[in-house]
Structures are given as C-alpha cells and as structure tokens.
Design a protein around this ligand. Structure first.
Ligand code: SF4
Length: 346
C-alpha cells in the first residue's frame, strides 16, 4: 500500500524528528498557544506542530537558538536548516489539548516508577498541574466544542498504584462517554492485571495503549526495573481480545542500545496479539540525559535513516498480519506528530 506522503516528505520529517529545536524568528507571534505537555516525548518543553507535504511533526521551539529556523515571508512560512532551505511551505497546526484534533490529557504526572527516559516525573510541580477529575472533564468538554475536535485520550503516570490510576481513569472515561457518546476515547494506562483492561473497556474506552517501552529484556530491567514486561504483554494479549484488532497499540522506544532485529521481533510479537507497535525514537534531553547515561552509558543518537528503515519494516510486518496504523482514531497513530508512522509516512 502506498504511503500518504512522498519519500522526500518522509525524509524531511525523519530529519526534523532526529534534529534539534526550531528557532522562531525575532518578534514572531504564534497564532495560538504553544503546547506545554507533561507527557510524551516533548514533556517539559514548549512545542509546536508543523504540517508540511501531508504529514506533521511536533517540535520543541526556541527563541534563542535551534538547528532549524522558521522563516516567515509575505505571509508564507518555511523551515530552514542552519540557514539553508529545508522545507518550503509549512503550516502551524494548533494542538487542541497536547495533540492536533485531540483532547489528550495527562491525568497524573507524579510517578512511583522511575523509567529512565521519561520526563514526566522530573517536571516541576508547576508544570504538572494537579488536575481534579471535575476540572479534567470540564477541559475536555470545552475542547469538544472547538473546531477540529475529533477524539479524546487519557494518559497517566502512576501516582499511588496502577490499580488506583486505572480506576480513576475508568471513572473519567465513564463520565466523558456519558457526555460525548460518539467521540472515540483512547486510554494509555500502566496495568498490572488483565481485569484492569476490562474495567477501562467496560467504562467506554475504544482504544488502548499499553507500552512495553522496549522488547529487549536486559534493557527493560535497567530502564523500567520496577515494572514487569510479562504483565504488560499479558495485558496486551488480553486487550487484543476485548478491544479487538487495530484497537491496541504499544510504544517500543528505540535508541536504548537494542538492535533492529529485537525491535522488529517486538513488533511481530505484538502483531501476533492484534496490537500495533508505536515505534518511537528515544529523545535525549537535559532532563533525562543523566539518568540514561548512568544506566545505559553513552548512547548513539537515533538517525533519520534508522527511523525510516524501522517504520518501513514495521509496515511489512503489519501488512502480513492485516493490521494498520490508519485505523486508529486516538493517540499517537492518529496524531502523527512524534514518529514516522507506517502506512502514512512510509
Ligand atoms: S504522537 Fe503521541 S506523544 Fe506525540 S504529540 Fe501526538 S499524541 Fe502526543
């Protein structure tokens, strides 16, 4: 199946994802508020989603310096790289809540776990917001009235215990489902038991993301040592049965020192359970670099070529299993902003 964008656009997207921040021109005013996420690869940074050639990318922005620069001329925007032409014709896409067209809320940021790549628990109290359930529902209802609204998603750290977070999330899903009977709802919890998957499904969630983070067990032990990979795989297998095919996804972060074969074996194991991997290049920044370095030693930055190669290989595996990223209506496969998405970009 043909990708939705050209090979050149996919290459540009991969280079943007692998590269540094985008510097905004002096005095440039964004037409809408920038995204200040407390979860996901850009957590803790100020970002903007750029669309070009039929795809989009979320990038950290800076007023001072950056590998890329936004240029504005006669009302048209383009991106340059170190002063050289890079992408003509870009547009800025508003993030409804965290993601374009989605009300995607992180309900808790304080975390009992200490995954070395994750910035959420490293954020200051200010950034994490401490939202009450009433406030979350109110914010989502408000977003649902905005132009472009398509879906709702909830993610979370684990502030007390996985089961308490799942129950809180399920309560929110139930309230949102009652208010928005037709909106697709995605959930991204850490579960330790299959019945927690049922609780979320019964509350009205349509899609679920259960992240294995890495399929390399030695690396998993080092970076997510307090979590249990087998519990997550068990939950994914169960989710494949209760949510159905093309409704379950799972992050596999690459760039932690694993090889491509291991990443693709993970993709295949997930596909056998009806789940679609979200292949995500590791982002190393000031917040997570020390923990990653202490745990895994010096890591090679992920290249644009590796992103494109793994996404292309994933597409072959998914096709063989009659799975597709394009069926998702919530979370990262629908958002497109942080990864090279098989079937869309390659
Ligand atoms: S791709 Fe996923 S993590 Fe990135 S902005 Fe979109 S929803 Fe958030």
């Amino acid at each position: 199946m043909e990708a939705k964008v050209s090979i050149e656009t996919a290459r540009q997207k991969a280079e943007l994802l692998a590269g540094g921040p985008v510097r905004l021109p002096h005095g440039f005013r964004l037409p809408f508020p920038a995204s200040r996420s407390t979860a996901g690869p850009g957590a803790g940074w100020t970002s903007v989603v750029f669309s070009f050639g039929g795809t989009r990318t979320k990038k950290t922005i800076s007023r001072d310096s950056g590998e890329f620069e936004l240029a504005s001329r006669d009302g048209r925007l383009s991106l340059t790289r170190s002063g050289n032409a890079f992408i003509d014709d870009v547009e800025l896409v508003p993030t409804l809540m965290h993601a374009p067209y989605q009300a995607f809320v992180n309900i808790e940021s304080k975390c009992v776990y200490d995954c070395k790549f994750c910035n959420s628990p490293r954020l200051t109290h200010d950034a994490t917001k401490d939202l009450t359930d009433d406030r979350i529902v109110e914010m989502i209802m408000d977003a649902s009235t905005k132009e472009g609204f398509q879906s709702v998603a909830l993610t979370s750290a684990v502030t007390h215990s996985p089961s308490m977070t799942v129950r809180r999330m399920a309560g929110l899903v139930g309230r949102i489902r009652a208010e928005l009977p037709n909106a697709p709802i995605g959930v991204e919890p850490y579960t330790t038991r299959p019945d927690e998957v049922d609780i979320l499904r019964d509350a009205g969630a349509d899609e679920i993301k259960l992240n294995i983070e890495t399929f390399d067990r030695d690396i998993f032990e080092k970076v997510c040592g307090d979590m249990d990979l087998d519990h997550i795989l068990h939950a994914i297998n169960h989710a494949g049965e209760v949510f159905g095919r093309n409704k379950v996804c799972s992050n596999i972060i690459f760039g932690l020192g694993e090889d491509d074969e291991n990443v693709l074996e993970g993709v295949t194991v997930l596909a056998n359970m009806g789940a679609v991997a979200t292949l995500r290049a590791l982002r190393i920044d000031e917040m997570n670099s020390e923990a990653l370095n202490d745990t895994l030693g010096k890591l090679e930055p992920v290249t644009a070529k590796r992103m494109l190669r793994l996404a292309t290989e994933e597409k072959i595996i998914l096709s063989r299993h009659k799975l597709s990223t394009l069926k998702f209506k919530t979370m990262c496969h629908a958002c497109l902003s942080c990864d090279i998405v098989p079937f869309w970009d390659v």
